[in-house]
Write a protein that binds this ligand. Sequence first.
Ligand SMILES: [Fe+2]
Ligand SMILES: [Fe+2]
Length: 268
Amino acid sequence: METTRQRPAACPRFGVQSYISGKWLRHFHINCLNRLEPEWSRPCLLPGDLREALSISLSHFQLGETGSGSCLFREAAGKCDPDDIGALELFVKEEGEHARLLARLVERLGGRLIRRHWTHRLFKLVRQAGGFHFEIQALLTGEIVGTAYYQMIHEAVQDEPLNAALNLMLSDEASHIAFHLDRQKARWREWLPLERSAWELQFQLIVLFALRAAWLDHGPCLHRLGFTWSDFRARALRTTIGFLDGVRSAGTVRQGCGATVGAAVTSS
Ligand SMILES: [Fe+2]
Ligand SMILES: [Fe+2]
Protein backbone atom coordinates (compact mmCIF):
# COMPACT_ATOMS: atom_id res chain seq x y z
CA MET A 1 0.00 0.00 0.00
CA GLU A 2 1.36 3.38 -0.98
CA THR A 3 1.69 5.83 1.81
CA THR A 4 2.22 9.54 1.53
CA ARG A 5 4.88 10.91 3.81
CA GLN A 6 3.64 14.08 5.44
CA ARG A 7 6.07 17.00 5.42
CA PRO A 8 6.03 19.04 8.60
CA ALA A 9 3.94 22.17 8.17
CA ALA A 10 6.00 25.29 7.52
CA CYS A 11 6.04 27.50 10.55
CA PRO A 12 5.50 31.11 9.47
CA ARG A 13 7.24 32.35 12.63
CA PHE A 14 10.47 30.70 11.50
CA GLY A 15 10.03 31.26 7.73
CA VAL A 16 12.94 33.59 6.95
CA GLN A 17 14.98 32.30 9.86
CA SER A 18 14.76 28.70 8.56
CA TYR A 19 16.27 29.72 5.23
CA ILE A 20 19.10 31.59 6.94
CA SER A 21 19.78 28.98 9.60
CA GLY A 22 19.86 26.14 7.04
CA LYS A 23 22.52 28.07 5.12
CA TRP A 24 24.60 28.61 8.28
CA LEU A 25 24.16 25.06 9.51
CA ARG A 26 25.71 23.87 6.21
CA HIS A 27 28.48 26.45 6.50
CA PHE A 28 29.51 25.37 10.01
CA HIS A 29 29.38 21.68 9.05
CA ILE A 30 31.73 22.28 6.11
CA ASN A 31 33.99 24.74 7.93
CA CYS A 32 35.10 22.24 10.55
CA LEU A 33 36.41 19.85 7.87
CA ASN A 34 39.98 19.72 6.56
CA ARG A 35 41.44 22.38 8.83
CA LEU A 36 45.22 22.50 8.78
CA GLU A 37 46.76 22.26 12.23
CA PRO A 38 49.57 24.81 12.81
CA GLU A 39 53.05 23.27 12.99
CA TRP A 40 53.46 23.58 16.74
CA SER A 41 56.86 21.86 16.72
CA ARG A 42 58.58 24.72 14.89
CA PRO A 43 61.01 26.62 17.13
CA CYS A 44 59.77 29.93 18.56
CA LEU A 45 62.32 32.69 17.97
CA LEU A 46 60.44 35.58 19.58
CA PRO A 47 62.27 37.56 22.30
CA GLY A 48 61.49 36.62 25.89
CA ASP A 49 59.73 39.86 26.89
CA LEU A 50 57.45 39.70 23.84
CA ARG A 51 56.62 36.05 24.54
CA GLU A 52 55.64 36.96 28.08
CA ALA A 53 53.46 39.95 27.07
CA LEU A 54 51.76 37.89 24.34
CA SER A 55 51.16 34.82 26.49
CA ILE A 56 49.48 36.89 29.24
CA SER A 57 47.28 38.74 26.75
CA LEU A 58 46.38 35.61 24.75
CA SER A 59 45.55 33.68 27.94
CA HIS A 60 42.85 36.27 28.70
CA PHE A 61 41.36 35.83 25.23
CA GLN A 62 41.62 32.04 25.68
CA LEU A 63 39.41 32.28 28.76
CA GLY A 64 36.95 34.46 26.84
CA GLU A 65 36.66 31.90 24.03
CA THR A 66 35.92 29.09 26.50
CA GLY A 67 32.37 28.14 27.40
CA SER A 68 29.66 25.59 26.72
CA GLY A 69 26.96 28.11 25.82
CA SER A 70 24.54 26.38 28.21
CA CYS A 71 22.75 29.65 29.12
CA LEU A 72 22.48 30.55 25.45
CA PHE A 73 20.86 27.23 24.54
CA ARG A 74 18.44 27.39 27.47
CA GLU A 75 17.31 30.80 26.23
CA ALA A 76 17.28 29.68 22.58
CA ALA A 77 14.67 26.96 23.19
CA GLY A 78 11.37 28.21 21.77
CA LYS A 79 12.94 31.24 20.12
CA CYS A 80 14.87 29.47 17.33
CA ASP A 81 14.08 26.79 14.79
CA PRO A 82 16.01 23.47 15.01
CA ASP A 83 18.46 24.46 12.24
CA ASP A 84 19.22 27.72 14.02
CA ILE A 85 19.90 25.88 17.26
CA GLY A 86 22.10 23.45 15.31
CA ALA A 87 23.99 26.36 13.72
CA LEU A 88 24.40 28.03 17.14
CA GLU A 89 25.75 24.78 18.58
CA LEU A 90 28.35 24.52 15.82
CA PHE A 91 29.18 28.22 16.24
CA VAL A 92 29.85 27.69 19.98
CA LYS A 93 31.90 24.59 19.09
CA GLU A 94 33.99 26.69 16.72
CA GLU A 95 34.65 29.18 19.54
CA GLY A 96 35.75 26.18 21.61
CA GLU A 97 38.19 25.33 18.84
CA HIS A 98 39.58 28.89 19.13
CA ALA A 99 40.04 28.30 22.87
CA ARG A 100 42.02 25.14 22.02
CA LEU A 101 44.23 26.98 19.49
CA LEU A 102 44.82 29.83 21.95
CA ALA A 103 45.74 27.34 24.69
CA ARG A 104 48.35 25.83 22.34
CA LEU A 105 49.68 29.34 21.63
CA VAL A 106 49.93 30.22 25.32
CA GLU A 107 51.75 26.94 25.92
CA ARG A 108 54.07 27.62 22.95
CA LEU A 109 54.94 31.05 24.34
CA GLY A 110 55.75 29.59 27.75
CA GLY A 111 52.74 31.13 29.52
CA ARG A 112 50.02 29.55 31.62
CA LEU A 113 46.27 29.36 31.25
CA ILE A 114 44.03 31.17 33.69
CA ARG A 115 40.58 30.37 35.10
CA ARG A 116 39.51 33.79 36.33
CA HIS A 117 39.92 37.34 35.16
CA TRP A 118 37.92 40.55 35.62
CA THR A 119 37.31 40.94 31.86
CA HIS A 120 35.79 37.44 31.75
CA ARG A 121 33.54 38.18 34.74
CA LEU A 122 32.46 41.46 33.15
CA PHE A 123 31.76 39.78 29.79
CA LYS A 124 29.71 37.07 31.55
CA LEU A 125 27.71 39.68 33.49
CA VAL A 126 26.91 41.63 30.31
CA ARG A 127 26.02 38.44 28.40
CA GLN A 128 23.51 37.40 31.03
CA ALA A 129 22.03 40.84 31.60
CA GLY A 130 19.31 40.85 28.98
CA GLY A 131 18.15 37.50 27.62
CA PHE A 132 18.87 35.53 24.47
CA HIS A 133 19.16 38.30 21.87
CA PHE A 134 21.26 40.44 24.18
CA GLU A 135 23.59 37.52 24.77
CA ILE A 136 23.99 37.07 21.02
CA GLN A 137 24.75 40.78 20.77
CA ALA A 138 27.39 40.46 23.52
CA LEU A 139 28.96 37.60 21.55
CA LEU A 140 28.92 39.77 18.41
CA THR A 141 30.67 42.55 20.37
CA GLY A 142 33.29 39.99 21.39
CA GLU A 143 33.77 39.04 17.71
CA ILE A 144 34.36 42.71 16.80
CA VAL A 145 36.88 43.26 19.59
CA GLY A 146 38.54 39.90 18.93
CA THR A 147 38.86 40.51 15.19
CA ALA A 148 40.69 43.83 15.72
CA TYR A 149 42.96 42.22 18.34
CA TYR A 150 43.78 39.07 16.31
CA GLN A 151 44.46 41.16 13.18
CA MET A 152 46.95 43.34 15.03
CA ILE A 153 48.79 40.38 16.60
CA HIS A 154 48.85 38.67 13.21
CA GLU A 155 50.34 41.75 11.51
CA ALA A 156 52.98 42.51 14.12
CA VAL A 157 54.27 39.10 15.23
CA GLN A 158 56.41 36.88 13.00
CA ASP A 159 55.85 33.33 14.16
CA GLU A 160 54.54 30.76 11.71
CA PRO A 161 52.36 28.61 14.00
CA LEU A 162 50.94 31.76 15.63
CA ASN A 163 50.13 33.26 12.23
CA ALA A 164 48.58 29.98 11.03
CA ALA A 165 46.36 29.76 14.13
CA LEU A 166 45.32 33.40 13.82
CA ASN A 167 44.55 32.93 10.11
CA LEU A 168 42.14 30.12 10.99
CA MET A 169 40.54 32.17 13.74
CA LEU A 170 40.25 35.36 11.69
CA SER A 171 38.56 33.48 8.87
CA ASP A 172 36.10 31.95 11.39
CA GLU A 173 35.45 35.30 13.10
CA ALA A 174 34.62 36.92 9.74
CA SER A 175 32.02 34.18 9.19
CA HIS A 176 30.72 34.58 12.74
CA ILE A 177 30.09 38.28 12.15
CA ALA A 178 28.31 37.45 8.86
CA PHE A 179 26.24 34.84 10.77
CA HIS A 180 25.20 37.43 13.37
CA LEU A 181 24.49 39.90 10.56
CA ASP A 182 22.07 37.51 8.86
CA ARG A 183 20.31 36.80 12.15
CA GLN A 184 20.10 40.50 13.01
CA LYS A 185 18.76 41.38 9.54
CA ALA A 186 15.87 38.95 10.05
CA ARG A 187 14.90 40.79 13.26
CA TRP A 188 15.50 44.24 11.77
CA ARG A 189 12.86 43.78 9.06
CA GLU A 190 10.19 43.46 11.74
CA TRP A 191 11.15 46.58 13.68
CA LEU A 192 9.83 50.14 13.59
CA PRO A 193 12.35 52.92 12.84
CA LEU A 194 12.16 53.88 16.53
CA GLU A 195 13.10 50.35 17.61
CA ARG A 196 15.91 50.25 15.05
CA SER A 197 17.34 53.56 16.31
CA ALA A 198 17.18 52.40 19.93
CA TRP A 199 18.95 49.14 19.08
CA GLU A 200 21.67 50.94 17.09
CA LEU A 201 22.32 53.40 19.92
CA GLN A 202 22.70 50.79 22.67
CA PHE A 203 24.78 48.53 20.40
CA GLN A 204 27.25 51.31 19.60
CA LEU A 205 27.52 52.29 23.28
CA ILE A 206 28.24 48.69 24.26
CA VAL A 207 30.88 48.33 21.52
CA LEU A 208 32.61 51.53 22.71
CA PHE A 209 32.49 50.32 26.31
CA ALA A 210 33.86 46.88 25.35
CA LEU A 211 36.69 48.48 23.37
CA ARG A 212 37.71 50.57 26.38
CA ALA A 213 37.69 47.51 28.65
CA ALA A 214 39.67 45.46 26.09
CA TRP A 215 42.26 48.22 25.70
CA LEU A 216 42.66 48.46 29.46
CA ASP A 217 43.52 44.77 29.49
CA HIS A 218 45.37 44.29 26.18
CA GLY A 219 46.65 47.84 25.56
CA PRO A 220 50.10 47.17 27.11
CA CYS A 221 50.67 44.16 24.82
CA LEU A 222 49.35 45.93 21.70
CA HIS A 223 51.40 49.00 22.60
CA ARG A 224 54.49 46.79 22.86
CA LEU A 225 53.72 45.72 19.27
CA GLY A 226 53.59 49.35 18.12
CA PHE A 227 49.82 49.97 18.12
CA THR A 228 47.95 52.84 19.76
CA TRP A 229 44.46 53.08 21.21
CA SER A 230 43.42 55.02 18.05
CA ASP A 231 44.61 52.13 15.82
CA PHE A 232 42.65 49.60 17.88
CA ARG A 233 39.52 51.76 18.05
CA ALA A 234 39.59 52.64 14.33
CA ARG A 235 39.98 49.00 13.32
CA ALA A 236 37.13 47.76 15.52
CA LEU A 237 34.87 50.64 14.49
CA ARG A 238 35.39 49.81 10.80
CA THR A 239 33.93 46.35 11.48
CA THR A 240 31.13 47.87 13.58
CA ILE A 241 30.22 50.38 10.85
CA GLY A 242 30.30 47.61 8.21
CA PHE A 243 27.94 45.54 10.39
CA LEU A 244 25.55 48.46 10.89
CA ASP A 245 25.56 49.25 7.16
CA GLY A 246 24.76 45.58 6.48
CA VAL A 247 21.90 45.57 8.98
CA ARG A 248 20.44 48.81 7.59
CA SER A 249 20.46 47.34 4.08
CA ALA A 250 17.89 44.81 5.33
CA GLY A 251 15.46 47.67 5.81
CA THR A 252 15.37 48.35 2.08
CA VAL A 253 15.31 44.81 0.70
CA ARG A 254 12.13 42.77 0.46
CA GLN A 255 12.99 39.16 1.22
CA GLY A 256 12.39 36.84 -1.71
CA CYS A 257 11.07 39.32 -4.26
CA GLY A 258 14.40 40.89 -5.25
CA ALA A 259 12.97 44.41 -5.36
CA THR A 260 13.92 47.19 -3.02
CA VAL A 261 11.42 49.46 -1.40
CA GLY A 262 13.66 52.31 -2.49
CA ALA A 263 13.40 51.20 -6.11
CA ALA A 264 9.62 50.95 -5.78
CA VAL A 265 9.47 54.48 -4.42
CA THR A 266 11.64 55.98 -7.15
CA SER A 267 9.80 54.17 -9.94
CA SER A 268 6.33 55.22 -8.72
FE1 LIG B 1 36.50 33.15 18.55
FE1 LIG C 1 33.69 34.15 16.99
